[in-house]
Write a protein that binds this ligand. Sequence first.
Ligand code: HEM
Length: 480
Amino acid sequence: MVSSSSNQPEPSSDLALREIPGSYGVPFFGAIKDRYDYFYNQGKDEFFRTKIQKYNSTVIRTNMPPGPFISSNSKVVAVLDSKSFTILFDNSKVEKKDILDGTYMPNLNFFGGYRPCAFLDTEETDHHALKSLYLSFLASSHKKFIPYLRTSLAEMFEIMENEIASDKTSDFNTNSDNMAFEFVFKLVTGVSPSETKIKAKGPSTVNTWIALQLAPLGTAGLKFVPNFIDDIIHTVRLPFFVIKSGYKKLYSAIYDSSASLLDEAEKSGIKREEACHNLVFLAGFNAFGGMKVLFPTIIKWIGSSGETLYKRLAEEIRSVVKEEGDVTFSALEKMTLLKSVVYEALRIEPPVPFQYAKAREDLVIESHDSKFEIKKGETIFGYQPFATKDPKVFDNPEEFIADRFVGDGEKLLRYVYWSNARETDSPTADNKQCPAKDLVVLCSRMMLVELFLRYDTFTAEIGQLALGTSIKITSFTKAT
Ligand code: HEM
């Protein structure tokens, strides 16, 4: 097993040992009170900020939603700074079994009765087998990334231009979902979804399937719905049967067209059926689910930065592409501003903001100013935006600074954690870092390359959704 040496320091420093402050309140009602504060009275950021101030600590005890009646134990130790957060990456000290969604696990019916790789701990043999399969599949697909992305992105922007011409507006989220699904499905299966029985239904099927699993972690966000009604989604699990037939179609579309990947899985001892349910999870939840949140977030932050940044990005991208003759891996490497902008978006608004794990043994962790003891079996929860906006690590952490990671700023990449590890670490079969870490960064860069090769500027209306940002593009100005 690999335990990343760059993570938590050995607790030998002279920081004072402090009891973890905070409270779980009275049984049952304490968890409900925290849930109301978190969703309705305060909101996520204020919920944690208030506790940090109250206890003068970035490591605190609290309940995390959903609580009753979905999770039987909502008690966590929250790690809310850049330093203590890294305990979550040390697989020798923490277990990541059935904890992807936090203090509850969706019904296994959502995954064909199997536990997908993301729910497996590093000590489970299936984790090693599946993660190795994914890593070698991604490595061998390398040459397809840029051409597939260029095709999917070009199609997306053409559709959006037509929508703006006819309706004066184009929904970026819908188009980005379609583009991401097309790209991921083709990468995994080798064929376009339109050539299978899933046709154009992929994104809506997967959206419903994800929403049913994650409903207990969000709110409908409808102003006219009273809180106590909205709160019902935090008390009962939503059933799988709603999406059963859609899931079956998706499963058989992937089963029919991923023969070589499924053969590989069988060779490494994974049953064909289990491997295929894993591929559905990989393509639908991990890949599509992540991109669904990330791409609109990137557009939001670039869009809010304004025309000076557009101009600088367009100049950099166009001049490097001209110099290199095409969009290639080496061309992308030379685009220093572009690279920094993507990392900055991943830092300021990490697409998967919550990480959980359980202590394998009694542990000592460190924040910037104290040491704390965590007992074996306790759940540790990290709210990533507080770690990657830690003022002790990043200057003006709430500000989107396009050049933050240029030149000497690259040293700060080790404090960017979006992939469930440091940006300077690499995914392996023995850790829990996203195996597509580099692919995700590539996709993000490619989206901006395509955008600024085609257009000088764009205008957008930005809003908030239950899962991420909503973007409506209202104009594109063609490249001059
Ligand atoms: C924007 C897109 C993506 C984001 C934001 C993202 C983020 C993440 C994060 C945060 C984790 C760790 C979850 C945890 O344990 O707490 C993770 C794990 C994982 N991701 Fe990604 N991911 C993305 C795309 C992808 C893609 C494209 C693939 C595959 C093609 C993928 C496959 C996986 C797998 C299999 C795991 C589980 C790793 C393990 O169990 O060791 N992800 N991802």
